[in-house]
Design a protein around this ligand. Structure first.
Ligand SMILES: Cc1cc2nc3c(=O)[nH]c(=O)nc-3n(C[C@H](O)[C@H](O)[C@H](O)COP(=O)(O)OP(=O)(O)OC[C@H]3O[C@@H](n4cnc5c(N)ncnc54)[C@H](O)[C@@H]3O)c2cc1C
Length: 391
């Protein structure tokens, strides 16, 4: 069995950030990185941010293939981690077993698929990897109508992506309004009015998908079926914890880590979408980067502390931009004050130059701004970030 001082499980951004942090402190030990994907780490957020016909995963690699070779990283692709044995400090994969001295667990998350009738039909998808996207691209060629189940940021971005391909798109959301975990109803309705050309059904209960080989429609309780030959399920993610759980690692909603990204098992650290710190598992890119950096540094003998990370959310749609950051007034028992601004602004710099409408809602606790939601013109985004976080 081959020995490595560091074995990093996963090939996503948490894993890569950990590898980079190890390399900053330990220039010589060979690092093993194991991923079930066929390609090295790429930008997952870009899956929904590049027009479908132009998407090529190679253009979104975070580091080129040569970087891994040049930095002494043994990159094992298309390889599944099967189990972790903490007593012998080894990892079993479908491509051999490996001893570790430090193991960084960064296996990310998978898409949650509710048990809808017809979920296994062809052309019913969820989106997590470049392969999923390629399958969606092929499916879109044969479809006229698409339905997106779930009106969160990824669902909305995917809706615009498919609309750009000429499909008639309907977003179906169970909650009474879009993005309920983030937005209040008024902000959400304002957002919904900006989704030009996309149909939205809220407060809907999906019963399943009808059709024989491919779907024909989405069946809803107490409402007309929604025609769809392509369905994308975007109902959130679940942390990949089972391998850790079987090895005796403590799990809450995800793998429980302390502020050094240590698990309860000595020698095993965890980070990214599979990890939970302070009861929080936000499943965001910036968090995966920050946690990966701390895990890697500490695996290599450092004493880095994770203090939480940027929770900003951005959505770039053809007709508007959206930005939210900080505390969006949702903590129970906390007394917030709010200000809300609507308006038309003179064209000046904006990330999305076209819309000059502004909708902004700011949240305050004891007079201090703690969160913001902006839609339309994002010209004050940096100013707000500074006001909230003081940096
Ligand atoms: C379409 C889309 C859009 C997004 N947009 C945004 C955005 O705008 N902003 C934002 O902040 N976040 C966004 N996210 C979320 C963000 O991409 C994730 O938070 C981030 O990628 C998490 O990184 P990670 O390394 O923890 O996990 P992952 O990226 O999930 O990486 C986990 C890795 O582990 C591998 N793996 C899993 N199980 C095994 C196994 N048994 N054996 C071997 N390998 C295994 C996987 O193949 C993968 O390579 C988006 C996600 C998606 C899917």
């Amino acid at each position: 069995m081959k020995y490595y001082k560091y074995v990093v499980l996963g090939g996503g951004i948490a894993a890569l950030s950990a590898v980079k942090a190890i390399r900053e402190r330990d220039r010589t030990s060979v690092i093993l990185m194991i991923s079930s994907e066929a390609v090295p780490c790429y930008s997952r957020p870009m899956l929904t941010k590049i027009p479908l016909p132009h998407y090529d995963v190679r253009n979104t690699f975070i580091e080129p293939v040569s970087w891994y070779e040049n930095n002494g990283i043994d990159l094992l692709l298309s390889t599944d981690v099967i189990s972790l044995d903490t007593s012998s400090e080894s990892v079993v994969t479908d491509n051999g077993s490996f001893h570790y001295e430090k193991c960084i667990y960064a296996l990310g998350a998978y898409n949650f698929i509710p048990p809808f009738k017809g979920k296994d039909l062809r052309n019913v998808f969820s989106l997590r990897t470049d392969r999923d996207l390629m399958a969606i691209r092929r499916g879109a060629l044969k479809a006229e109508h698409a339905a997106i189940i779930g009106g969160g940021v990824i669902g909305l971005e995917a809706a615009f992506m498919l609309k750009d391909e000429g499909l008639d798109v309907t977003v179906i959301e169970t909650a009474p309004f879009l993005m309920p975990r983030l937005l209040d109803e008024e902000s959400s309705r304002y957002l919904q009015n900006r989704l030009n050309g996309i149909n939205v059904i809220t407060g809907a209960k999906v019963l399943g998908f009808s059709g024989s080989e491919v779907p024909r429609s989405v069946e809803l309780e107490g409402a007309d079926p929604v025609p769809a030959q392509l369905i994308l399920i975007s109902c959130g993610v679940r942390a990949n914890t089972s391998i850790a759980a079987n090895a005796g690692v403590s799990i809450g909603r995800a793998i429980i880590v302390d502020d050094h990204m240590r698990t309860n098992i000595p020698g095993i650290l965890a980070c990214g979408d599979c990890a939970e710190f302070n009861g929080m598992n936000t499943a965001l890119w910036t968090q995966a980067v920050a946690e990966g950096q701390v895990a890697g540094a500490n695996a290599a003998g450092g004493d880095e502390v994770y203090r939480g990370s940027d929770m900003a959310l951005m959505l770039e749609a053809p007709s508007f931009s959206l930005y939210s950051d900080g505390d969006m007034g949702k903590k129970p028992g906390v007394s917030y004050t709010q200000t809300c601004t609507y308006g038309k602004l003179e064209p000046r710099f904006s990330i999305n130059r076209k819309p000059e409408d502004l909708y902004e809602r700011d949240f305050f606790i004891d007079g201090k701004m703690v969160g913001t939601f902006m839609l339309g013109n994002l010209r004050d985004m940096k100013k707000r970030k500074k006001e909230i976080f003081g940096q």
